[in-house]
Write a protein that binds this ligand. Structure first.
Ligand SMILES: Cc1cc2nc3c(=O)[nH]c(=O)nc-3n(C[C@H](O)[C@H](O)[C@H](O)COP(=O)(O)OP(=O)(O)OC[C@H]3O[C@@H](n4cnc5c(N)ncnc54)[C@H](O)[C@@H]3O)c2cc1C
Length: 366
């Protein structure tokens, strides 16, 4: 049956960005529909494992507005988890071994220098770190980032879709559509003939944003990345995830496996994992842990694209020439940290006309 429907907001894309916006807007009573051209799990948000890690860069700086970001992320994950039977996240912290004296000097100063909240991070000198975490290769001490989370992407996405459906968000997946603007109204025609109309359209389409004519002024840049999930003969002795030459994500309910990420490929002609990617990820594993590489039983590879802009901050806001068309994205490798808080800021803009902080706003490109 062909019918038409008017919605308060239509959200394009069912990844971290789209689901976060759907959660925020529906929580404020808006009647929303989320529309994805593929199956959920097709995008970058379905990485086998993701870290929500507030430490960034070579010096373990704290990320932008980390307390607000992590609180929003945790609150969302906990609500979704409460509605799902499959555990998909853990607050197990992240270890950052210092691989040189210079890095050790930076790391040992980081907790004070970057004004980290109490209990979020601690530095252990070489002997203490090696005694506590004997499985690491050569190191000069290390940081424990207690507040970091580890999340299984595919399970989270599935559970989040179920959760927002229970909050009256409709979702249409695996559907092509055409988009047209008639005066101030967005008209969307789905493949099944259904017509949607809305005043508020939110583009949360990840990689697709990089080739969209609407956003060409943003200099969005796609970077392919690969992960490898290694399954080991024996349970690992670790409890935390690790950030060293990339990330190594661990969850205690799957003690025989570690997801190692990731590569940064600025030029690519396909989205599949490669033998070279696997080689590089195995090398990261071997350099970080002693002895583990010999005990791999089997490996699964995964690849996708994260989107960045030159200043490496996310982008949220309204299109300057198309009122009521919004974007949320460019999360780089920090989608889990940023997505849910940025969705809150975007909702404040849409509903209350409150400006988004300039460092993460579309305004900085105008
Ligand atoms: C190898 C790798 C490792 C990573 N590790 C981490 C990590 O440890 N921690 C972390 O926080 N982040 C990590 N990231 C980054 C994180 O995955 C992204 O920041 C985040 O997933 C982006 O979310 P998104 O919702 O913007 O995009 P996506 O998750 O890509 O979602 C976009 C959705 O839009 C849909 N879509 C596309 N085009 C259209 C269209 N025209 N209309 C409708 N729908 C459309 C897609 O099918 C998809 O479902 C990693 C990324 C990669 C590639």
């Amino acid at each position: 049956m062909i019918h038409s429907e008017t919605l308060d907001a239509v959200i394009l894309g069912a990844g971290i960005a789209g689901l976060s916006v759907a959660d925020e807007l529906s929580g404020r009573g808006m009647n929303c529909l989320i529309l994805d051209t593929k199956q959920p799990g097709n995008g970058a948000s379905a990485a086998p494992m993701l870290l929500a890690n507030p430490a960034t860069g070579r010096r373990a700086k704290i990320t932008w507005n980390a307390e607000s970001c992590l609180n929003h992320t945790k609150n969302f994950l906990e609500r979704v988890q409460a509605s799902s039977d499959n555990p998909f996240f853990e607050k197990n912290g992240v270890l950052r071994p210092a691989l040189s004296e210079k890095i050790a000097a930076d790391f040992s100063n980081a907790p004070e220098k970057y004004d980290w909240p109490a209990d979020w991070i601690s530095w252990l000198p070489k002997n203490d770190f090696s005694k506590k975490f004997p499985f690491f290769g050569e190191n000069h001490g290390g940081l424990i980032i207690e507040s970091a989370l580890t999340i299984r992407g595919p399970e989270f996405i599935q559970a989040a879709i179920k959760y927002i459906s229970g909050r009256n968000v409709q979702h249409v997946i695996d559907s092509e559509y055409s988009l047209q603007r008639e005066e101030s109204v967005w008209k969307i025609k789905l493949k099944n003939g259904q017509n949607l109309s809305t005043l508020t359209l939110i583009d949360a389409t990840g990689f697709s944003q990089t080739s969209s004519d609407y956003w060409s002024f943003l200099a969005l840049h796609p970077v392919k990345g690969q992960t490898a999930t290694f399954h080991f003969k024996n349970p690992l002795e670790i409890q935390h995830s690790v950030s060293s030459l990339g990330y190594m994500a661990f969850m205690s309910d799957s003690p025989n496996q570690l997801t190692v990420g990731s590569t940064y490929e600025h030029s690519f002609d396909h989205l599949k994992p490669t033998a070279d990617g696997l080689k590089r990820l195995k090398a990261k594993l071997a350099e970080t842990f002693t002895g583990l590489s010999h005990n791999i039983l089997h490996t699964e590879q995964w690849a996708n694209v994260r989107v960045t802009v030159p200043d490496k901050q996310p982008v949220a806001g309204e299109h300057p020439d198309h009122p009521n068309l919004y974007i949320l994205g460019a999360f780089g490798s920090k989608g889990m940290m940023l997505g849910r808080y940025l969705a809150y800021l975007l909702a404040e803009l849409i509903i209350n006309k409150k400006s988004i902080d300039r460092p993460v706003s579309i305004e900085r490109f105008l």
